[in-house]
Design a protein around this ligand. Structure first.
Ligand code: WTA
Length: 654
């Protein structure tokens, strides 16, 4: 590390350390050592201390069918019981579980007692529709209390939920319902976002009209916007109608620790999104452990994770982790820029938020907004309730980190830069806020018990200071269990033969600091882009583009973007002539909207360029490396004589 870098090391304040769950590096190292000395014992101790089991487990880790690992397999529990009943039984019935703030500023508070009653009624209603343990329920809901209630209700009766982000299109929804073989879909009439009422049920109708969803028996509709909806007789039911007569008590379904709590679809290297399947016991354990160690959660905290329940962050750090810990949390329907870009800061002030967890993209866009309008600068608000900040989903650039630290955290809140993935279930590499000296841009060191490493192509660990491939050497309780319906793809994607099936391949590159061993994530090493913290497969976008009648061929790459981290750039060959000028602008709009309709607005390419062909080798392989350079606006200086058609490069320049 150079001297200059050494200057930007931030220590947690003495005051923070004093009350921290992990107070100081010695305490952190002691936990890591406990895991190294007795790996199973470390996780088993936490699983006994943190979870309430109906039937205790006797076996910790079962590796007999590796890489299909099992944790606590003979134990039985219920996730919803652990999140709700347990807290009510422990005297937290009247504590506020959820402070919901709507897009328009309406606020609703739900206590643990109320939440348990609502979840029980919803669970009973699902049972009355015939939903049983192991059935799949797809949830296509906006950020709402009902979204959390629906997830918890599924957990209560042992149904496996699969949330589809409310910004996904009819096609994306259809594909996920079909792949999951869902029996019930839960949606709402619409959602409020940025001052507008947007439809959801009509998109769900469109999805079901596309066909292939015969598995589905019922659609449950939550009323939110009062927007017009068409109800199909015998299939569609209003939530209000089916919960009205239900009891407020519901006996939980006690499930095996390995029972699939949820399947969440995420993008991979190939076209088809993969259904990441998570367990009940191991998953909940690490949701709780990370609330305790990474977020240092205390009874008086007000916790706010700004993610949507449609992403894994919303699963672990809205629906499960905070509730299992008996915390008070914020659930926010709206967007950070409505009615103005001071919304987050105003909400922190109004609700006295003490732990705030958001994505670098949001921070970068709010920096821009505050630069343009001093009225929405965080220092205009009273943010003194904050004691801890978090970042997730993409690398945070040091400048954004510093701004967040100084202007939002007032220079005395630690920032936990948490690296993890849909597949990992919970934090993997992150500072412990009362222990780890922080370096902006580095997610620092592994969570206690996580055996992360950086290796070369042969799976051999590389020396610190040398970049390589990020892997995890031992299975961990909250890890992905399989890809829904495709165990082979699970093995190939995460436990490839290159590493003899022994190392979990994260799909990211990383480098460790020479002196400290701190990890810095250098970005995906596969064809996955990270746009505003959302994972997008380049192949998925390419498939959507070539599905358009006028497109012959398409290649999609990412380029760095100041606000969104990465931006999507598409190189397109049309079936007809290569368009230029106004005609090109028209086709670009059309293709952007097309991709928005096929996948969702988040997948729209920011930049589309047309060529008569794509740069290919003589064997016909698309030279993506060159496309990435072109996307960035770099000059191609290397020898391109191996290309079939070097002249094409000129056409594809921005
Ligand atoms: C990236 C989100 C750098 C990474 C929880 C990973 C990060 C992918 C960080 C997973 C971070 C997530 N620093 N990169 N702190 N957190 N990533 O599945 O590329 O939506 O593989 O899970 O986001 O995205 P996913």
């Amino acid at each position: 590390m150079s001297n200059e870098q050494k200057l930007s090391v931030y220590q947690p304040s003495e005051e923070f350390v004093k009350n921290a769950a992990i107070a100081g590096m010695d305490a952190y190292r002691a936990l890591c050592k406990e895991a190294e000395d007795d790996y199973e014992g470390f996780w088993a101790r936490h699983a006994r201390e943190m979870l309430e089991w109906k039937e205790p487990f006797t076996k910790v880790l079962d590796e007999s069918d590796a890489p299909f690992f099992k944790w606590f397999a003979d134990g039985k529990l219920n996730v919803s019981y652990n999140c709700l009943d347990r807290n009510v039984n422990n005297g937290l019935g009247d504590k506020v579980a959820i402070i919901f703030e709507g897009d328009k500023g309406d606020v609703t508070r739900v206590t643990y007692k109320d939440l348990l009653a609502r979840v029980s009624k919803f669970a009973n209603a699902l049972r009355s529709l015939g939903v049983q343990k192991g059935d799949r329920v797809v949830i296509y809901l906006p950020m709402s209390i009902e979204g959390v209630v629906a997830m918890q209700a599924c957990a209560r009766i042992g149904a496996t939920h699969s949330i589809v982000f409310g910004g996904f299109s009819a096609h994306a929804l259809r594909d996920r319902i079909e792949d999951a073989g869902a029996k019930v879909l839960i949606t709402s009439d619409g959602q409020h976002r940025g001052g507008k009422a947007l439809p959801l049920k009509p998109i769900a109708d469109e999805a079901l009209a596309l066909g292939g969803t015969d598995c589905l028996q019922n659609v449950v509709v939550v009323k939110r916007t009062g927007g017009e909806v068409t109800m199909v007789d015998g299939r569609d039911v209003w939530l209000d109608d089916i919960v009205a007569s239900q009891s407020e008590t519901c006996e939980p379904e006690w499930v095996e620790a390995e029972h699939p709590l949820f399947v969440l679809y995420t993008s991979g290297s190939t076209g088809k999104p993969k259904g990441v399947q998570h367990s009940s016991g191991g998953y909940l354990l690490q949701a709780m452990m990370s609330m305790k160690y990474t977020f240092d959660i205390k009874p008086e905290d007000v916790f706010w994770c700004t993610a949507d329940i449609g992403w894994v962050t919303g699963h672990t750090y809205i629906t499960y982790g905070p509730l299992a810990c008996g915390a008070t949390e914020i659930v926010f329907e709206g967007v950070p820029t409505y009615p103005d870009a001071g919304r987050f800061w105003k909400m922190i002030q109004d609700h006295k938020v003490s732990i705030f967890y958001t994505a670098p993209t949001a921070i970068r866009s709010l920096i821009k907004a505050a630069d343009n309008n001093p009225e929405v600068h965080p220092t205009k608000y009273d943010l003194s309730s904050l004691r801890l900040l978090g970042s997730v989903g993409e690398p945070i650039n040091p400048a954004a980190w510093e701004w967040y630290y100084q202007n939002v955290g007032g220079g005395n809140c630690p920032i936990v830069d948490t690296f993890w993935q849909t597949e990992t279930g919970a934090h993997m590499i992150t500072p412990m806020p009362g222990a780890t000296p922080m370096v902006p841009g580095s997610c620092t060191l592994p969570f206690p018990g996580i055996m992360a490493a950086v290796v070369d192509e042969t799976g051999t660990e590389v020396p610190w200071g040398q970049g390589g491939i990020l892997v995890v050497k031992r299975p961990w309780p909250a890890m992905i269990r399989t890809i829904w319906g495709d165990p082979e793809r699970f093995k190939k994607s995460y436990y490839p033969d290159d590493f003899k099936g022994k190392l979990y391949l994260a799909g990211d590159g990383a480098i460790r600091d020479v002196d400290t061993g701190y990890f810095t994530i250098t970005g995906r090493i596969d064809d996955v882009l990270n746009v505003s913290g959302h994972r997008m497969g380049t192949m998925e976008i390419e498939s959507a583009l070539v599905a358009h009648e006028s497109v012959a061929e398409a290649a999609v790459v990412g380029r760095p973007d100041d606000v969104t981290g990465e931006a999507i750039v598409a190189f397109v060959v049309l079936k007809g002539a290569r368009p230029t000028g106004d005609e090109a602008a028209k086709v670009i709009k059309e293709l952007q909207n097309w991709v928005g309709h096929e996948i969702g607005p988040i997948a729209k390419p920011k930049d589309i360029r047309f060529g008569e062909n794509l740069p290919k080798t003589r064997s016909g392989k698309i030279m993506r490396r060159l496309l990435r350079q072109l996307a960035k606006g770099e000059d191609i200086l290397q020898d391109t004589s191996t290309l079939e058609n070097p002249a094409i490069l000129e056409q594809l320049k921005g």
